[in-house]
Design a protein around this ligand. Structure first.
Ligand SMILES: *[C@@H]1O[C@H](CO)[C@@H](O)[C@H](O)[C@H]1NC(C)=O
Ligand SMILES: *[C@@H]1O[C@H](CO)[C@@H](O)[C@H](O)[C@H]1NC(C)=O
Ligand SMILES: *[C@@H]1O[C@H](CO)[C@@H](O)[C@H](O)[C@H]1NC(C)=O
Ligand SMILES: [Zn+2]
Length: 965
């Protein structure tokens, strides 16, 4: 799924282009991972006081019965479900609640004799048959034992059925249930989404099952390895359309309680996991591929959005991406159709339900007149990510959630290949470095990080599963697979994938199965590795973190060390590999051909890296390896000289990498901070996006720490000096801002140029953007602001304006029919510098009629992003913690909330406040304990960093600011 990952990435993307006081978002140096899954809130009883990462089950009393365990026993195996659901799209007259009713029957085989049936069921009110919650029937001559007792075990979310005699191994049975559930607006299970069209409120019944909410829609064996065939039926009002994983058969008319309704059945699914189910009832419209297409592709959305053509881009790109993936995996898409649907309320970014992919509107819809190139890139990568799952995740599924990274890392990596196919001019294969890799290196360099692959026994409870949807799983997973694919070559990689998918289709796997198949491809093609593929790769997936490789170009010594952003942190997580890796070291000497070397020891010597006095060397070409590089000081000096004279001799990704490595090494106190700052001096001659973007992200940390101190003035002066030429470059390139740059990355960098120029006071910038905004205010129905520039223009204009500008933007936010436009406005509203407007806006975050629940946390984080908003947001969260934590499951991303409000913390006072917050909310904070601990760790590191570096940095900026340009 595009889970928390996508939400936090959307936040990051936005922040890139809007920050006023802070230049851009901080990814590399902050923890952008997030535990989106607030689902744990639904059921406080299911959270115990134990920390999520502990190994043993920790219900207060020692578990005695099978239903006290979170994992299903291996005695039963489902084969077929028949499920019929009837969602009510108007509230129940008695209770005022929206509900659904349903019937389900599941056929299963008994594998081991047992007198106990455990089946997941959560928040369902089960009807009683003869005093029991279910009815058991023997099939094919088997005799069903009678039931002794049935009850619901709430903490572990089971329907428990105790029998008077055992089920026989090898026999098959059917279990029938009838139930009522709430169609709540909680973004989980079978839930309700609402929107207004032409003044009329419309209700959509839709689903989000991953990871553990299928059990909230009907009783089921809700684990990924419990694959089965599903026969779905939906009963729904006339005038609505019903969709599910399989193709719909023609609807028939039925009457329920005197009401004429439609009943739609669907072709049976393939053998699949419960978390991939989807069923939706809506009044949506669709556009579809031509009837002769091999696979029917349909894009569904609000009628207006479809009429306006917002689904066209998705429709045009889905076919080619699907065809590319079939070719890449060498495996045919097994379904007859691919529906993709954009939902007004959706917790994640998207979800790869097999045959019926669900999206947030901003992840699927695109309006060229309104949306930016970043929005478009987002749509292309999310579609590509979800389609990649059709094989990795859906056809072949991880056995258990501990290997979620196999699904998500893969989909994330492959999404860049798919997006590159869809948009060959975008450099997507380069942009993965900025979008995924440098950011997650910031997270993985913390002592509180975790390995990609967890132990099965450590991942038991729903909230432990939910915590895995983080940046490590998605982005490090992608980075490690990209590295692997590079060193065994893309062709060998895809060959191994093919045989793997072939062997395990409709089945489940662990990472070893993938290694085995890649090993076969490696052997067949004679690729040489310093050990088995497993030897190499296990070091990257079974231990957290990554190395810094130090190259001494005088002695030829190459060594590796576990890289920790905070050198004072203590690593208490043991590693069987002792925090050493097999590192594929690549380098270019004096602009020559790429050279390669396997570093398998802690330290080795290679004469090839020894340099003469005028030589230079840059390593980790195109950042293909997941590691950082340090050099002896003379080589650093020569690299800086090279950047200042002929930067184009160094590949563009490496120009970005040098900056990123230098700033991170400085954070880790391995090199001087002023050396890192010197890697930004060539930027006054640089016009490429990747180096600039990397610099702004790294300098953002300086803004977070110093924008309330005396460092601020000289720092602004230096950056103004650096960005002026870039601003002029784009002014010229765009013929005085009348044209749009042709290249995708230039479009991004134009935004950087304007955003930084305005925030550092480059002459003419503020006038330019406020002028554009004023033109719009004067003529609200005709917004002529270039879509790419909207975020930064809105933000700057609102920041320098007052209530008039804010209220105008608020009105536009409420009336726009384009989700991405609403998104830009919603975030720009946080840019105001007026405390009372910010406080009012914070209040709106707890009013779902003003700010949708799904957007509440990212709005608060946006407010916390400025020096004025941060203390207000922090006070707000503390004052309203009870309301926030009971606001509705799925509404708040607590991880990103805590990360968001704490990223400016740099004093002992801040640290104490955060610790106080943790103590005050200890009991409730269980499921965000990791986030709070990480925030504490980061604050401690910030305190140390500011103390050690402030003086030198101030002096450096002062000297640079006063030196001639
Ligand atoms: C699934 O894979 C296992 C090996 O991991 C194999 O024993 C089993 O037969 C496979 N099942 C199917 C249905 O292919
Ligand atoms: C402006 O752009 C033109 C090409 O469009 C180029 O020839 C010229 O050198 C540029 N001037 C500056 C000052 O960058
Ligand atoms: C841009 O505007 C300036 C005056 O503001 C003018 O001198 C220059 O020729 C214009 N350039 C283009 C390419 O229109
Ligand atoms: Zn995914």
């Amino acid at each position: 799924m595009g889970k928390g990952f996508y939400v936090s990435k959307a936040v990051a993307l936005f922040l890139l282009v809007t920050a006023v006081a802070a230049l851009a978002t901080i990814i590399a140096l902050s923890v952008v991972y997030s535990q989106e899954r607030a689902k744990t809130l639904e059921d406080p009883a299911s959270t115990s006081t134990a920390r999520p990462s502990t190994t043993t089950e920790s219900t207060p009393s020692t578990p005695k019965e099978p239903w006290h365990l979170y994992r299903l026993p291996d005695s039963l195996s489902p084969s077929t479900y028949n499920v019929s659901l009837h969602p009510r799209l108007t509230p129940n007259e008695d209770s005022g609640l929206y509900i659904f009713t349903g019937q389900s029957s599941v056929e299963f085989t008994c594998l081991k004799e047992t007198d106990l049936i455990l089946i997941h069921s959560n928040k369902l009110n089960l009807t009683l048959f003869d005093g029991f919650h279910a009815k058991l029937t023997g099939l094919n001559g088997a005799v069903a034992p009678t039931m002794k007792n049935t009850f619901l075990e709430v903490p572990t979310q089971y329907l428990v059925i105790q029998l008077n005699a055992p089920l026989k191994a090898g026999s098959t049975y059917r279990l029938d249930t009838e139930f009522v559930g709430e169609l709540a607006d909680d973004l989980g299970g079978f839930y309700r989404s609402e929107y207004v069209e032409d003044g009329v409120k419309k209700v959509v019944a839709t689903t989000q099952m991953q990871p553990t909410d299928a059990r909230k829609a009907f009783p089921c064996f809700d684990e990924p390895a419990m694959k089965a065939v599903f026969h779905m039926t939906l009963i729904h009002p006339v005038g609505t359309v019903a969709l599910s994983n399989g193709m719909n058969y023609e609807s028939i008319s039925v009457t329920v309680d005197g009401e004429s309704l439609l009943e739609t059945s669907f072709e049976p699914t393939k053998i699949m996991s419960t978390y991939l189910l989807a069923f939706i009832v809506s009044e949506f419209a669709n556009i579809s591929s031509t009837p002769d297409a091999k696979v029917l592709i349909r894009i569904w959305a609000r009628e207006k959005a479809i009429k306006e053509g917002q689904g066209d881009y998705a429709l045009n790109k889905t076919g080619p991406i699907l065809a590319f993936l079939e070719n890449y995996y060498n495996s045919t898409y097994p379904l007859s159709k691919s529906d993709q649907i954009a939902l007004p309320d959706f917790g994640a970014g998207a979800m790869e339900n097999w045959g019926l992919i669900t999206y947030r509107e901003t992840s699927l819809l695109y309006d060229p007149a309104v949306s930016s190139n970043g929005d478009l890139e987002w749509v292309a990568t999310v579609i590509s990510h979800e389609l990649a799952h059709m094989w990795f995740g859906n056809l072949v599924t991880m056995k258990w959630w501990n290997d979620l990274w196999l699904n998500e890392g893969f989909a994330t990596y492959v999404s860049y290949l798919g997006a590159d196919l869809a948009e060959p001019d975008w450099n997507m294969k380069d942009l993965i470095v900025l979008n995924e890799i440098t950011g997650v290196m910031g997270v993985d360099a913390l002592a509180s990080s975790h390995p990609l692959s967890s132990k099965e026994e450590d991942i038991q409870r729903p909230e432990q599963i939910g915590e895995l949807f983080d940046a490590i799983t998605y982005s490090k997973g992608a980075a490690v697979l990209r590295m692997l694919s590079h060193f065994i070559t893309e062709e060998v990689f895809s060959e191994g994938l093919h045989t793997y998918l072939d062997e395990f289709q409709y089945n489940t796997t662990g990472y070893r199965d993938l290694w085995n198949h890649l090993q076969m491809a490696v052997d067949k093609n004679g690729v040489s590795l310093p050990g088995t593929l497993e030897d190499v790769m296990n070091r990257w997936i079974l231990q957290m973190g990554f190395p810094v490789v130090t190259i001494n170009t005088a002695s030829g010594e190459i060594s590796q060390n576990h890289f920790l952003l905070n050198p004072d942190s203590v690593v208490d997580r043991p590693s069987e590999f002792d925090y050493q890796w097999f590192v594929h070291v690549t380098w270019i000497k004096n602009g020559g051909a790429e050279q390669k070397y396997w570093l398998t020891e802690k330290q080795a010597t290679n004469p090839d890296v020894i340099l003469g006095t005028n030589d230079w060397l840059v390593a980790n070409i195109d950042m293909e390896g997941f590691y950082r590089v340090n050099y002896d000081l003379p080589n650093w000096e020569r690299l800086i000289k090279k950047l200042d004279s002929t930067p184009q001799d160094i590949p563009v990704i490496n120009r970005a990498q040098i900056i990123d490595d230098a700033f991170n090494l400085a954070r880790a106190r391995i090199i001087d901070t002023t050396l890192a700052l010197r890697t930004t001096k060539f930027l006054n001659k640089e016009v490429e996006y990747m180096p600039w973007e990397t610099a702004t992200r790294n300098l953002d940390f300086f803004y977070l720490m110093f924008d309330r101190s005396e460092v601020y003035g000289p720092m602004q002066a230096y950056i103004r000096k650096q960005v002026e030429p870039l601003f002029d470059y784009f002014k010229n390139l765009t013929l005085n801002w009348t044209q749009i740059p042709k290249r995708h990355t230039d479009q991004y960098n134009q935004v950087n140029a304007i955003s930084m120029a305005c925030s550092t006071g480059v002459e003419g910038c503020k006038e330019l953007v406020t002028g554009w905004f004023k033109e719009w205010m004067d003529n609200p129905t005709n917004n002529k602001i270039v879509p790419n520039l909207k975020s930064t223009v809105y933000c700057n204009a609102i920041a320098s304006g007052g209530q008039k500008e804010w209220d105008f933007a608020w009105t536009m936010f409420q009336t726009t029919t384009v989700a991405s436009e609403a998104e830009k406005l919603r975030r720009a509203l946080a840019c105001t510098t007026q405390p009372w407007l910010l406080n009012r806006y914070l209040q709106y975050c707890l009013d779902p009629n003003k700010i949708r629940k799904q957007d509440a946390s990212s709005t608060i984080v946006a407010i916390a992003n400025s020096p004025i908003g941060q203390p207000l947001a922090w006070d707000f969260i503390r004052a309203n913690w009870d309301r926030i934590s009971n606001y509705g499951a799925g509404a708040f991303s607590f991880g990103s909330l805590i990360n968001g409000v704490s990223k400016r913390f740099y004093s002992e006072f801040d640290y104490k406040q955060l610790r106080q917050f943790k103590e005050d909310n200890e009991a409730q904070l269980d499921w965000v304990a990791t986030s709070v601990d990480q925030a504490l760790e980061k604050t401690r590191a910030n305190i140390n960093w500011v103390e050690k570096n402030k003086e030198d940095i101030l002096k450096w900026f002062e000297a640079e600011a006063s030196s001639p340009a």
